[in-house]
Design a protein around this ligand. Sequence first.
Ligand SMILES: [Zn+2]
Ligand SMILES: [Zn+2]
Length: 237
Amino acid sequence: MKAYQVVEQGKPLQENELETPSPSGKEVLLKTVACGVCHSDVHIHDGYFDLGGGMQLPMPLTEPLTMGHEIFGEVVSFGDEVSEIKEGEKYVAYPWIGCGNCDLCNNDKEHFCAANKNLGINVAGGFGDHVLVPDAKYLFNAGDTPDYLSGSYACRGLTAFSALKKAEPFPHNNSLVIISAGGLGLLALKIAKAAYNINPIVVDINDEKLEVAKKTGASEIINSTQEGAAEKLLELT
Ligand SMILES: [Zn+2]
Ligand SMILES: [Zn+2]
């Protein structure tokens, strides 16, 4: 198989020919259909998260690493303990995988596991033509989402959805204010409509983005650089 790997942080990815993994037990081998490039990939590649003000959070990795955690792929083979999927089916691979053997992992919180094996971060991900997923339980049907977008729902989609979950409940439209109409904010807006059937208020500093939010279903848009923005928000809520 072919993979584009980080061989040294900050340096260009290197095209490498690797042995294609052969799945055993619960493992599933996907042929990569599409893999998103996340902003985190930039930081992982750099070797640190830029925290602003010259501060850096180091992000050491085991090199060489095949990055890519927004994976959409087609099942090509699987181990003998897998029965619920078929070859040729396409799935999103949930990348936030834990050790499988600690309190967090045993209590449905494996995304917090400290001994994690996140696809594309700790172990090989989707910047290669095949990805080994440790268990079919990490595969999700993408419905009619376009192939090139599907994988990103496992990252930006979950980021937006988890923020909404923390802010529940939403008894009416104006009980939710989304600050920022960027990629995550607009996605949160779409999820708010689809999952909670509400049209939230959206705040941003950019009128163009706010117009997109309005078209996407915001009940009200507020430019926070305008005078009286806070008063308007208080009035609406
Ligand atoms: Zn990501
Ligand atoms: Zn664990």
